[in-house]
Design a protein around this ligand. Structure first.
Ligand code: NAI
Length: 292
C-alpha cells in the first residue's frame, strides 16, 4: 500500500478523539465517526481546546494548529469511511460490539484499507474473523491520552500479514510513537501487567487494608509511579478496567484475574471514573447515570 493519506477513526470518546488529534497534527486527513452526535461535538471541542492550548504554549505553531484543525472531519455516517486508507476502531471494549462494527467496516472500506483496533485486551484474531480480510486486521493499541503518551503496542493476529504490520508500524512512527509488538494473547503486554495491579489495589481497598489515598500514595512514592493505581483506574475508566479484567479472566483462565467485587459494584453504580465525575474519587457534583 502507498502512504496512508486518510484515516477513519471510529468512536469519539477519550481514545478516539485523542487518536484523531494525533493523526491530524501529523499531517493525516481524519474522519472521526461516533454514533452519538453529542460525543462528536464533545470530541470536536476537546480536540480544538487541546490544540489551542498547545499553540498558546508555543509547542505548536499557529499555522500548524490551524492546519491540523482543517484536516479533521466529524461524521455520524460510517459510509464516509469508503475513502479511508486506514481505519482505527476505538469504541466500547466489547467483543460482540466490535465484531459487528468490523462486519460493517469490511463492507464499507476500500479493499486495500487496513482495519485496526485500539482494543485494550480483546483477541485481534477473533475480531479479524468477522471480516473477509483477516490479513489486513491488526491491533494498534494507543495509550491514554494519545497526544501525550509515546507508546503504541501493535498486536498481530494469527493472520495479520507482514505488509499490514509494516504499514501500521510506519504509520505509528510517523505519528511520533515508539512501537512494541505483542502476540495476540489476552491483555497483550501492558494491560496483562497493569490491570492485575489495579485490580489488586481494589482488593486492598475492599479488604480495608488502607484508605484509597494511602494506597495511591504508597504506589506513587513507594514505586515511583506518576499516578496511584486507583487514581489511574478513574482516569482510564472503571468500566474499561472491568472489561479488561473480564477478558483476562476468561482468556487466561486463572482465578487470579477475577475482577474485584468492589470494582464490579462501582461500575454497576455508574461510578465510571473521571468521565462521569465520580469513580473511586469524586471529581464534580454532576449527576451520574449508569450508561457507559
Ligand atoms: P469511551 O467510553 O470514552 O468512548 C467510546 C465511544 O465509542 C463513545 O463515544 C461511544 O458513543 C462510541 N461508540 C460505542 N459504540 C459505537 C459504535 N458501534 N459505533 C460508533 N461509535 C460507538 O471509551 P475509550 O476509553 O475511548 O475506549 C475506547 C477503546 O479504547 C476501548 O476498546 C478501550 O479498551 C480502548 N482503550 C482505552 C484506554 C483508556 O485508558 N480508556 C487506553 C487504551 C485503549
Amino acid at each position: 500500500m502507498s502512504e496512508v493519506k486518510m484515516i477513519g477513526v471510529v468512536g469519539g470518546g477519550q481514545m478516539g478523539s485523542g487518536i484523531a488529534q494525533v493523526a491530524a497534527m501529523h499531517g493525516v486527513d481524519v474522519f472521526l465517526h461516533d454514533l452519538d452526535p453529542q460525543a462528536l461535538s464533545k470530541a470536536s471541542s476537546s480536540i480544538s481546546s487541546s490544540i489551542h492550548r498547545l499553540v498558546s504554549k508555543a509547542t505548536l505553531s499557529q499555522a500548524a494548529g490551524a492546519d491540523a484543525l482543517k484536516r479533521l472531519h466529524f461524521t455520524t455516517d460510517l459510509e464516509d469511511f469508503h475513502m479511508a486508507d486506514f481505519i482505527i476502531e476505538a469504541i466500547v471494549e466489547s467483543e460482540d460490539v466490535k465484531k459487528s462494527l468490523f462486519v460493517k467496516l469490511d463492507k464499507i472500506a476500500k479493499s486495500s484499507a487496513i482495519l485496526a483496533s485500539n482494543t485494550s485486551s480483546i483477541s485481534v484474531t477473533r475480531i479479524a474473523s468477522s471480516t473477509t480480510r483477516s490479513s489486513q486486521v491488526i491491533g494498534m493499541h494507543f495509550m491514554n491520552p494519545p497526544p501525550v503518551m509515546k507508546l503504541i503496542e501493535i498486536v498481530r493476529g494469527a493472520d495479520t500479514s507482514d505488509e499490514t504490520f509494516a504499514v501500521t508500524k510506519a504509520l505509528s512512527e510517523r505519528l511520533g510513537k515508539i512501537v512494541i509488538t505483542s502476540k495476540d494473547y489476552s491483555g497483550f503486554i501492558v494491560n496483562r501487567i497493569l490491570m492485575p495491579m489495579i485490580n489488586e489495589a481494589f482488593f486492598a481497598l475492599y479488604a480495608g487494608v488502607a484508605t484509597k489515598e494511602d494506597i495511591d500514595t504508597g504506589m506513587k512514592l513507594g514505586t515511583n509511579h506518576p499516578m496511584g493505581p486507583l487514581e489511574l483506574a478513574d482516569f482510564i475508566g472503571l468500566d474499561v478496567c472491568l472489561s479488561i479484567m473480564r477478558v483476562l479472566h476468561a482468556g487466561l483462565g486463572d482465578n487470579k484475574y477475577a475482577p474485584c467485587p468492589l470494582l464490579v459494584q462501582y461500575v454497576d453504580a455508574g461510578r465510571l471514573g473521571r468521565k462521569r465525575g465520580i469513580g473511586v474519587y469524586e471529581y464534580s457534583k454532576e449527576p451520574r447515570s449508569t450508561k457507559s
